[in-house]
Design a protein around this ligand. Structure first.
Ligand code: URA
Length: 436
């Protein structure tokens, strides 16, 4: 059968700064998924989009076309409302772990379809897989039944949601076209809209350890995603949050689970607690639940009970000891002072090289590998104090981990000690806030 468009015409339209028609967009996404539009043609179109941008209407149609290449989930038969969170990815970002059971404990179901980590930002599934027995793959029926009984599910996204995105994302990764805001926004939102959540709260990270290095870019990405979600009938908001310093003290799979357990036990680092509670408030407000205080549910053990039920439902043992790496090395302070820089990218790359992350999708990760920050931004140190401990099962990775710390920030190093540090602000801004 003859095709109704020609890929070269679509590319040339965008290359010359034109607007793609709805039918061109529908066709090019469908034809690419069918293999009729070749990788080199789609890569050229992605580059034209990166350089020329897209209108709000084009982005909405592109997103819709990607959704239509796959299945859509439907949670409308559940007895409670649903809310989900998506983070654009950061270092030490374990927030999903305490957040999903916390929101469930407050009466709203959380269907969280997650991914594995690639590069210096860790993946939620890798973190949970450091819990003995825990299983990431669930059938749709298991997911629905767990959402009804426990209220929270974190599991692997099946390949059925927006398959066009899967193919396009892999292509963008190797053609220098990941950074286009219309393509990032449509990629994230096609999967989230297809997932069928009623409320979506986006955590858009800003800073050295994030995709978006500056706040204006992050705001544009947040606005684009909030508009896409809202136009598709999903109550959507975004918090813009700091990712110039890692979140919390543990960076690495088991280290992050351990820290999440501290938060679920009513303790844990202040920045992790603050962000978890802020995101929970947004999710609950979007779902119409305004009479429950999530901070209380962390303190009184309800969130911990929901966590244990969530882990057990997926065959994990919430009481099992967490993995510990076989080799450690300390980084010590060379002088007295205050930590004035703890660079997220440097620490993230160190944890990744120590074995916490992977370079290729098929690589295994080490549960115990990573970096633990005994001291972080704004904290006082004395010469000789241990600032950070590096953990790995493969000691030959240690020099490259240390090198990541010393070479960060253009050679100035990931860690800096000075005389005074500015107060750290986690919540930088919001777009379309759902809380009153
Ligand atoms: N995450 C996604 O799912 N897609 C992008 O394009 C970027 C981040």
């Amino acid at each position: 059968m003859a095709e109704r468009h020609d890929a070269v015409d679509v590319i040339v339209t965008k290359r010359d700064g034109g607007t793609l028609t709805d039918d061109q967009i529908d066709w090019v996404i469908d034809a690419y998924t069918r293999g009729v539009v070749a990788d080199e043609q789609m890569s050229s179109l992605a580059m034209a989009i990166l350089q020329r941008g897209m209108t709000r209407a084009e982005i909405a149609r592109w997103t819709q076309a990607m959704i239509e290449t796959g299945e859509r989930m439907d949670f409308s038969s559940l007895s409670r409302p649903t809310a989900d969170k998506h983070s654009t990815g950061g270092v030490g970002d374990k927030i999903t772990l305490p957040l999903a059971p916390l929101v469930a404990a407050c009466g709203v179901a959380v269907p969280q379809l997650s991914g594995r980590g690639l590069g210096h930002t860790g993946g939620t599934l890798d973190k949970l897989e450091s819990i003995p027995g825990w299983r990431a793959a669930l059938t749709n029926e298991e997911m629905m039944s767990q959402l009804e009984s426990v209220g929270a599910v974190v599991c692997a996204a099946g390949s059925g949601l927006a398959p066009a995105d899967k193919k396009l994302y892999a292509l963008r990764d190797v053609t220098g076209t990941v950074e286009a805001i219309p393509l990032i926004a449509s990629s994230i939102m096609s999967k989230k809209i297809a997932e069928g959540t009623g409320v979506l709260v986006l955590d858009v990270k800003v800073g050295t350890g994030a995709f978006m290095k500056d706040i204006d870019q992050a705001r544009e990405l947040a606005r684009t995603m909030v508009d896409l979600g809202t136009d598709a009938g999903v109550r959507t908001s975004a918090l813009l949050t700091d990712m110039s310093t890692p979140l919390g003290r543990g960076i690495g799979n088991a280290l992050e689970v351990t820290e999440s357990l501290e938060v679920l036990a009513g303790g844990g680092p202040a920045d992790v607690v603050e962000l978890t509670v802020a995101l929970a408030r947004e999710m609950l407000a979007g779902a119409g639940v305004t009479d429950v205080d999530p901070a209380e549910a962390l303190k009184d053990g309800r969130a911990m009970d929901a966590w244990k039920a969530m882990i057990r439902a997926q065959d994990g043992n919430p009481e099992a000891p967490m993995a510990v790496a076989t080799h450690t090395e300390d980084v010590v302070a060379e002088r007295d002072g205050v930590i004035t820089r703890m660079d997220a990218l440097g620490v993230g790359v160190a944890a990744w090289r120590l074995g916490a992350g992977r370079a290729r999708q098929q690589d295994p990760v080490q549960a115990g590998a990573g970096v633990f920050l005994h001291k972080t931004l704004g904290e006082a140190v004395k010469a000789g104090d241990v600032i950070a401990t590096l953990h790995t099962d493969t000691p030959d990775r240690m020099p490259r981990g240390l090198q990541a710390l010393s070479e960060a920030c253009g050679g100035d190093g990931a860690i800096e000690i000075g005389d005074s540090a500015p107060e750290r602000t986690i919540l930088l801004d919001s777009v379309g806030a759902l809380t009153a």
